[in-house]
Write a protein that binds this ligand. Structure first.
Ligand code: ADE
Length: 241
């Protein structure tokens, strides 16, 4: 079973949104498992503190490497990568989420305060991942985003696997626009081609819309889409490092 273990100072935040809808059902049905480890349980003092003032001075507090090591070492890693959520990490991609979803699970380390003692990253082989170029107050919501991106790809968690192949990023393009009833909404009609019954034409239209939207909104993705060979495009795997 795919397992996520979250090391955090705020275990009460979990499962939170991860228990809603298809993810919650998937967890209840045993498609995946979630556990939390409270980093504070590994404090070595009566105050339960896990941080200290930064070496060299400055504002804020830094999470201690020895306490984080004790928390990490209490977890059975079982072949799972240890990922610290931080704005300085490698940007999370759909390809990384897919690769992670095909493995045994992950261990997420959520930072708080000003930072984490640098020595823990090398000492425990931690991979750093960011969910975007902005700063959150801590890694918990980023860990939830990462876990959700992985779990929804697990076999049996999402209802219809065929819809996965066509969504944004999976083919290297953003998703084409969707419509449903009513046929006219506030003077805006559903595009005629979608009501034509001509499946070839509909597929061509959707493909063109996906390309137009990607070119306009994400020229970076569009360029990569054209640069990548068809095989990588199809599998949407991470590029070889
Ligand atoms: N923690 C704080 N900000 C973050 C971000 N942008 N991505 C991942 N983890 C974070």
């Amino acid at each position: 079973m795919w397992r996520a273990t979250v090391l955090t100072l705020f275990p009460e935040l979990f499962p939170g949104p991860l228990d809603a809808s298809v993810l919650g059902r998937g967890r209840a049905e045993g498609s995946w498992a979630l556990e939390t480890v409270n980093i504070r349980d590994f404090s070595d003092n009566k105050y339960g503190s896990v941080d200290d003032t930064p070496a060299g001075g400055g504002a804020g507090l830094v999470m201690r490497a020895d306490i984080l090591a004790a928390a990490i070492d209490s977890v059975d890693r079982a072949g799972r990568p240890l990922i610290c959520l931080t704005p300085r990490g490698a940007p999370l991609t759909q390809g990384r989420a897919r690769t992670l979803s095909e493995g045994a699970g992950l261990i997420a380390l959520c930072g708080r305060f000003e930072g984490i003692d640098e020595r823990i990253f090398e000492a425990r082989g931690i991979e750093e991942v960011s969910i975007g170029d902005f700063v959150l107050a801590g890694g918990e919501i980023a860990a939830m985003a990462l876990i959700e991106a992985c779990v929804r790809l697990l076999p049996g968690v999402l209802g219809s696997p065929s819809s996965l192949g066509e969504e944004s990023f999976e083919g290297g393009l953003l998703e084409y626009p969707q419509y449903t009833r009513p046929r006219e909404f506030e003077g805006r009609a559903v595009p005629d081609v979608l009501l034509s019954g001509d499946h070839q034409k509909i597929a061509e239209w959707r493909r063109k819309m996906a390309e137009d939207i990607t070119r306009a909104r994400r020229p970076d993705l569009f360029e990569r889409f054209h640069a990548d060979g068809p095989i990588r495009r199809e599998n949407n795997k991470e590029p070889k490092r």
